[in-house]
Design a protein around this ligand. Structure first.
Ligand code: WTA
Length: 568
């Protein structure tokens, strides 16, 4: 049983004011996430407590106390202010998982600007569409990524500053570029924290849909209320825990639960800025005595693949609670984890748009392997009919997940795309676009997404974005992109292409096209397989029938194709 009481008790007595009270927040007060995650923890007497333990890929280690977090985020905030960054300006973070990313985000929030974290492996085109949509005023990056920014800089008149955090003076800075070294900068003890209010914008996270460009999911400072409480109750963080969230802050898990949640609770967390490896990961847990671990199904499946022998080489007895997010967590993974770690992974379900966990397994609650669990207290959830959007009240019957709007971390709009935002609401429900059923004990069982978006290793990839990028390759005439099943990543990107005259369908060209996409978009969006076809299946009016190709990949019955051939 957890220290917070049973699930049913918590649901019965629930009110978001529980979090407000614990955070000392009253309706109408200023609320600034940057302040809550650093200054407030210091005011509570925890200045010397370790906030962040960071280990880089070459084994170098850096440690920051809560006072370091406070002062360094002040320093970054003051530096940005000096450059002319004002509240509501968008500042992009484009870095590996280095301390400047974690602390920089707090600095941006402290001056009331909007943080736009983007995955550092994004190629120039992925970066460009997202910065163009946000009209980003400044980007904070590293030397190793600056070439991508330089490539697109001249097409972005709104971009005023390119800040390089590891500038070494070896080459002259170019236009708009400026150097800032956090650890060496003169420290700013006191910064005027911008008095952001509950509804002031905080973060802009980009997410991909089936069609159109990536959408900027706008969050506000009040999201802290949900993020704080879900971190405390679902991840079960206690004062002396060592927490490890494996997600990159380029994605929402890495900000909601890799920055805001743990820091607002004054917890010590560690970060490993290194690629995946079972041995590395276990060594990291052993070395820092990680007690709470938040990861993802693809990583867990990779660990399963690495086997049990490597687990035995390390002392993992510090682990107390494990949780997972991002893709369906298969029952085998839960059972395996129970066997090798002595505890199951607790699945959690949510989205960039929801900002915080929505359906979860809680410490103390019976885990049904393969189920996502139950709605977080205060969240009204249901499974609704895909046509009428009426609640389906029959255990086991599939439908669309629906949430009653109004929880604190809910997104407030898609940046510059109010219409798409409004379309997400039907019959009073927010529809995240996932299918599920509910069993007779109220547990949710994920079925699948309700669109063509590909979930590869927990990251959403838009088939449309990859298809468009493929068409920019000189050899490609037409393209269709679908998910292909994969043992570890659950899904990977597969492309079907027809070639322009004069191009030969061979392995060399396949490799060239793959690399073209990797550089332009990202390694995740890169097709793992390209199938050359003579023509693509189309509807009568010429729309490519992705569904047909998808069904073939998954060995599913295609059924009556006459309906597919008509435009819907
Ligand atoms: C999927 C990540 C099954 C789902 C926090 C959702 C899941 C999308 C789970 C959001 C889970 C997330 N089980 N599917 N526990 N968690 N998903 O926006 O399709 O990157 O809509 O947010 O991932 O992905 P996003």
């Amino acid at each position: 049983m957890s220290h917070i009481g049973s699930y049913d008790q918590r649901v019965k007595n629930f009110d978001w004011s529980i979090a407000e009270k614990e955070l000392g927040y009253h309706d109408g007060d200023p609320i600034n996430i940057g302040w809550y995650c650093s200054d407030r923890i210091c005011e509570m007497g925890k200045s010397d407590k370790l906030a962040l333990i960071w280990e880089g890929h070459s084994g170098d280690v850096k440690k920051y106390t809560y006072n370091d977090l406070r002062v360094n985020s002040n320093t970054i905030g003051a530096f940005l202010k000096e450059l002319g960054i004002k509240n509501d300006d968008r500042v992009c973070l484009f870095m590996d998982k280095i301390p400047e990313l974690y602390i920089g985000l707090l600095g941006i929030l402290k001056i009331g600007a909007i943080a736009q974290p983007l995955f550092s492996a994004f190629g120039d085109e992925s970066l460009h569409v997202r910065m163009e949509n946000a009209e980003t005023k400044a980007i904070i990056t590293q030397r190793k990524h600056v070439a991508k920014v330089r490539k697109i800089r001249d097409t972005m008149p709104f971009l005023e500053h390119i800040i390089i955090v590891d500038y070494d003076g070896k080459h002259p800075l170019r236009e708009k570029e400026t150097a800032f070294r956090m650890d060496e900068a003169e420290k700013v003890e006191k910064l005027d924290i911008h008095p952001t209010k509950a509804e002031s914008p905080s973060l802009l996270h980009y997410t991909s849909g089936t069609t159109g460009k990536p959408k900027g999911v706008k969050h506000v400072h009040y999201s802290l209320i949900s993020q704080y409480l879900t971190t405390k109750w679902v991840l079960d963080l206690h004062e002396d825990d060592i927490y490890w969230c494996t997600a990159d802050p380029g994605w929402v898990t890495g900000t909601s639960y890799g920055i805001i949640g743990p820091f607002s609770l004054g917890i010590t967390q560690c970060v490993l800025d290194k690629g995946f490896g079972a041995d590395n990961w276990y060594q990291f847990i052993d070395k820092y005595k990680v007690s709470i671990w938040y990861s993802a199904p693809t990583a867990i499946r990779s660990l399963m693949k690495a086997g049990e022998e490597v687990v035995k080489k390390h002392d993992l007895s510090s682990l107390r609670h494990l949780a997972s997010v991002g893709e369906p967590l298969n029952a085998e993974a839960v059972i395996w984890s129970e066997k090798v770690f002595g505890k199951p992974f607790y699945d959690t379900y949510w989205q960039t748009e929801t900002g915080s966990m929505m359906i979860c397994n809680y410490p103390g609650m019976k885990v049904k392997p393969g189920s996502m669990g139950k709605p977080f207290p205060g969240i009204t959830a249901a499974v609704v009919d895909p046509d009428s959007y009426e609640v389906i009240d029959e255990p086991g019957k599939p439908g669309l997940i629906g949430f009653k709007p109004g929880w604190p971390a809910m997104f407030r709009t898609y940046w510059g795309n109010e219409e798409t935002y409004r379309n997400k609401f039907k019959n009073g429900w927010y529809i995240p676009g996932d299918r599920s059923s509910i069993d007779n004990e109220g547990y949710y069982w994920f079925i699948g997404r309700d669109d063509d978006v590909i979930n590869t290793a927990g990251h959403l990839v838009s088939p449309f974005e990859v298809e468009s990028a493929l068409l920019e390759h000189e050899a490609v005439a037409e393209s269709a992109v679908v998910a292909k099943p994969d043992d570890v990543n659950m899904e990977v990107v597969k492309a079907f292409v027809t070639l322009n005259p004069g191009y030969e369908a061979n392995d060399d060209l396949e490799l060239k096209i793959m690399n073209f996409i990797r550089k332009k978009l990202s390694p995740l969006a890169m097709p793992q397989e390209i199938e050359y076809v003579k023509s693509l299946p189309k509807t009568r009016s010429g729309k490519i029938m992705r569904r047909l190709l998808h069904a073939k990949e998954w060995g599913e019955e295609i059924g009556d194709t006459s309906t597919l051939e008509d435009d819907e």
